[in-house]
Ligand binder design. Structure first.
Ligand code: BDR
Ligand code: CA
Length: 304
């Protein structure tokens, strides 16, 4: 099994990604950390605690950053609803899972407490992960890999050229991309292809209680559309962990734009070496859509 920490801002596609990760026995989730992203950190934490109550899971949850490093938070309730996870009547949040310490401290403890390295999966803005690397640089050697849903090879979904998780906190993203830690960018280009089409949605709804819950959330989700397909951005990061062969991956230097008046939060994926810098990232450049859909269906089928 692979030891992981999931840093998240649920978020409807976060919820679907968490479902896929929680019930796969190859992943040993040691900790969830939350970050202000799709909506406030209080709301996303409450959502995560509801999900864990729904599945009756007892993995610790640590509350993280309530705002980006330097900027005001962006609100994505147009995509995920007012609560950040609208559309289903959940059981009460499991507040007893909350840790005493801040997410960054809990991450540090999970990393340092084990001889085995841990992978951090970031499916929200990178504020917590950047703070971890700045506060505790010694933990770099305990990180097996950072798998990040964020960034884009081309056009964005938050700005013309910027993807939401990077645009939300470009300075944090810059720290992470320049950290020299083994890093994989699972960006928008593959997220846009990871579509759940009406046929699969129907199948998912009938599968089990998780499928029914996810179908309810999907009806409120504005990442894509019910007819043309729902975009499982964050699910791609989990798919990459479990079935990397469905992705085309290239090594590249990725620069994060923090200065641009119109382009802050853009990721410049330098596939042709214009910037003359050493590669710092594995970049997912393409996805086998068919295999992704099959993988997603099988992942939800495992949930109870
Ligand atoms: C990312 O932004 C959020 O809305 C999603 O949860 C995903 O992490 C996609 O750009
Ligand atoms: Ca997310």
């Amino acid at each position: 099994t692979r030891r992981i920490i999931i840093d998240t801002d649920p978020g409807i596609d976060d919820a679907a990604a968490i479902a896929a990760a929680l019930f796969d026995e190859r992943l040993d989730i040691r900790l969830f950390t939350t970050v202000a992203g799709n909506v406030s950190v209080d709301k996303v934490t409450k959502n995560l605690l509801k999900l864990l109550a729904f599945w009756d899971k007892t993995i610790p949850v640590a509350i993280g950053s309530d705002r980006p490093l330097l900027r005001e938070a962006i609100n994505a309730s147009d995509v995920h609803g007012n609560s950040g996870m609208d559309g289903y009547d959940f059981p009460e949040s499991k507040y007893e899972l909350l840790t005493k310490n801040h997410a960054v401290i809990e991450m540090y403890k999970v990393l340092m407490d084990s001889k085995v390295k841990t992978t951090i999966v970031g499916i929200g803005p990178l504020t917590n992960i950047a703070l971890l690397l700045r506060l505790y640089p010694e933990c770099a050697e305990k990180i097996e890999e950072l798998v990040i849903m964020g960034g884009a090879l081309g056009r964005g979904n938050q700005g013309v050229l910027s993807e939401f998780n990077i645009a939300a906190d470009p300075e944090a993203a810059k720290i992470v991309f320049e950290s020299k830690i083994s890093l994989t960018m699972v960006g928008l280009d593959v997220g846009e292809k990871a579509l759940i089409l009406p046929k699969e949605r129907e199948q998912i709804q009938k599968m089990n209680k998780t499928g029914d819950m996810i179908d309810h959330l999907f009806r409120k989700y504005r990442g894509g559309s019910l007819d043309t397909g729902l975009k499982m951005y964050d699910g791609c990061a989990i798919a990459y962990l479990l079935a990397p062969e469905m992705f085309d991956v290239k090594q590249a230097y990725v620069a994060v734009e923090t200065q641009g008046m119109l382009t802050a939060g853009a990721t410049l994926v330098d596939l042709d070496g214009y910037l003359g810098k050493e590669d710092n990232c594995r970049v997912c450049v393409d996805l086998d859509e068919q295999r992704f859909r099959q993988w997603f269906l099988e992942a939800i089928e495992k949930c109870d």
